[in-house]
Design a binder for this molecule. Structure first.
Ligand SMILES: NC(=O)c1ccc[n+]([C@@H]2O[C@H](COP(=O)([O-])OP(=O)(O)OC[C@H]3O[C@@H](n4cnc5c(N)ncnc54)[C@H](OP(=O)(O)O)[C@@H]3O)[C@@H](O)[C@H]2O)c1
Length: 259
């Protein structure tokens, strides 16, 4: 996810590679990133943040405490801290930082890799609207951005953060069904990929609700209706609601854990 943001920043032309320093614990990963994006790279997190204006924390949630323990004492008030770690509240991040260091929490998603991400952000207590604008300008290089309250972050995680996984899950089921219906694997694969791409674009560009668009392709007594009847009978929609509630609950649980 960190790499997706670096790629977006450079692609946007608003940031020069020489303005970006990337850190990672794996030397081979660092070498690759340096080569690919011509950015600066360092295995020393402390060295890298010393002169940074913006510090983006993009490690797994379980590594955040370690990284914040290392960096917290040297981060200063004029620097901006951005975190994309799922389930880590700004109040927890601020515990490791000096008073008044601004923190913005972000929930991105992986379509950021192809410039079509959906990110939500919320400001911590010391962050101003100028800090929020700065965070936005970074995220807008890889997709759309919404501002939410931090209490909405668990729901955002369930809907858009984890969202791509649900689409991949449905894609997998459709590819399997194609094979059962005796389509060659590569044919089923292409049908599924392009249909998801096309339907996503149609939904994004339409002013109509998903439900209306679905009704338009569901003729009474037709093939689509036959499939949807089975899904409704099996309560697939209700299962989706239950599943997303579970994702949001898990995000809430993670944020309440002592990390
Ligand atoms: N992937 C998603 O869909 C998604 C969506 C929304 C938010 N996020 C959030 O984005 C964050 C990153 O997720 P990801 O999937 O991109 O994880 P990732 O692929 O594991 O990337 C994190 C990188 O940080 C490195 N790292 C670990 N400890 C470090 C340390 N002390 N100092 C410097 N670098 C260190 C990791 O190295 P090792 O691999 O050697 O540990 C890894 O290369 C997570 O907090 C996640 O919650 C991810």
């Amino acid at each position: 996810m960190g790499e997706a943001l670096v790629a977006g920043l450079i692609r946007s032309g608003h940031w020069k590679p020489s303005q970006i320093t990337v850190c990672d614990v794996r030397p081979e990963q660092l070498a690759q990133l340096q080569l690919r994006y011509k950015i600066r790279a360092s295995a020393d997190n402390r060295w890298a943040v010393r002169d940074a204006d913006i510090i983006l924390l993009a490690v797994k949630p379980q590594h955040m405490k370690h990284v914040l323990g290392e960096l917290g004492p040297i981060i200063r008030q004029k620097q901006l801290v951005l975190s994309i770690a799922a389930g880590i509240p700004t109040r927890l991040i601020k515990k490791f930082l000096a008073e008044d260091v601004p923190v913005v929490r972000i929930m991105p998603n992986t379509p950021a890799l192809v410039g079509l991400g959906m990110a939500a952000l919320s400001r911590g207590r010391s962050a101003t609207s100028a800090h929020e604008s700065l965070a936005r300008s970074i995220l807008e290089t890889v997709g759309d951005v919404l501002t939410v309250t931090e209490s909405q972050m668990d729901a955002v995680t369930a809907v858009s953060g984890s969202g791509p996984a649900y689409v991949f899950y449905v894609a997998q089921a459709r590819t399997e069904a194609g094979a059962q219906l005796r389509l060659a694997a590569e044919v089923a694969d292409q049908l599924v990929r392009q249909t998801i791409k096309g339907t996503g674009a149609l939904l994004a560009q339409s002013h109509e609700e998903a439900e209306t668009l679905r009704q338009k392709v569901t003729s009474p007594g037709g093939t689509t209706e036959a499939a949807l009847k089975i899904m409704e009978k099996a309560k697939v929609r209700a299962i989706f609601l239950k599943a997303l509630r579970s994702a949001a609950n898990r995000s809430r649980e993670l944020s309440q854990q002592p990390h």
